[in-house]
Design a protein around this ligand. Structure first.
Ligand SMILES: Nc1ncnc2c1ncn2[C@@H]1O[C@H](COP(=O)(O)OP(=O)(O)OP(=O)(O)O)[C@@H](O)[C@H]1O
Ligand SMILES: [Mg+2]
Length: 259
């Protein structure tokens, strides 16, 4: 069975895309068949993997409208051994176009069902909003959501709104929706603030915060401009080690054996 996780947090710039790409790259490096789904009209995950969104033929947009994913729209990166369902500029219109459609919240889930068994992991990268795209991401998150939280002042602000949205989706549309875990990102060991935020988030989500914490690392911020995940750009950097540890932690939690 394919495991499907969705990276969600309506707050912008907390590390959703960075996590989707780098966690995906390490899961792939550890022998998993990985598909990253770019559900964000900004198409950051697409460009982080070196794909020019303006050249994309089939994208998440078509998948949402048709409820299907043609094999031709999935781009396989030989070097990284990772697959991508890219975003395209047209995805920006989907938010409005889907309003009239029946079963609009379930489009992505249905589309991904056609890929069942072809991948070990599907990671869905959401936009920074709680609109219909993110709701599609939540309902497709068969195995749970991964919530990146930036270690900064007011880190918890907005998480109440996210929790409420998750509860609403659970109540009305997908009772099986759960939080797989919270990922602390951009941790700066030199500041008391970062350390305080870690404590605060752990208190707020007891037992749900991953042990692997992603530090603030200039290498992680540089890698996208080369269209590469950190595993290919700077594998010995602290950010790389953190994402590899996170991948191993998730595999372990999922009962997947790796060497
Ligand atoms: N651990 C880190 N250390 C340093 N820079 C980081 C780290 N994680 C992410 N960044 C940088 O911070 C910015 C925001 O990260 P990212 O794009 O992953 O967030 P996001 O939640 O996907 O944003 P959006 O809400 O716009 O989709 C990017 O420029 C990224 O390169
Ligand atoms: Mg993003």
């Amino acid at each position: 069975m394919t495991r499907i996780y969705t990276l969600v947090n309506q707050k912008g710039g907390v590390g959703k895309t960075t996590t989707a790409i780098n966690l995906g790259a390490y899961l792939a490096q550890l022998g998993q068949r990985v598909l990253v789904v770019d559900l964000d009209p900004q198409a950051n995950a697409t460009s982080c993997l070196g794909v020019d969104k303006s050249t994309v033929q089939g994208s998440t947009y078509e998948a949402l409208l048709s409820g299907d994913v043609p094999a031709s729209s999935i781009l396989f990166n030989e070097r990284l051994q990772i697959s991508l369902l890219p975003s395209s500029p047209s995805l920006a219109g989907a938010e409005i176009e889907l309003v009239e459609e029946s079963g609009r919240e379930f489009r992505l889930r249905s589309a991904l069902e056609s890929l069942d068994g072809k991948y070990d992991y599907i990671l869905i990268d959401c936009p920074p909003s709680l609109g219909i795209l993110t709701v599609n991401g939540l309902i497709a998150a068969r195995d749970g959501v991964l919530v990146p939280v930036q270690c900064e002042y007011l880190a918890l602000e907005g998480l109440g709104q996210l929790t409420q949205t998750i509860e609403r989706v659970q109540a009305a549309l997908f009772p099986g929706l759960r939080v797989r875990g919270v990922i602390l990102t951009m941790f700066d060991p030199r500041t008391n603030l970062s350390t305080d935020v870690v404590k605060e988030v752990k208190n707020h989500f007891p037992g749900q915060v991953f042990e692997s914490v992603v530090p603030r690392s200039i290498r992680l911020a540089e890698a996208p401009s080369y269209g590469l995940p950190i595993s290919a750009y700077s594998p010995s950097s602290v950010g790389a080690r953190a994402y590899e540890a996170l991948a191993r932690e998730i595999l372990k939690g999922d009962g997947v054996k790796v060497h």
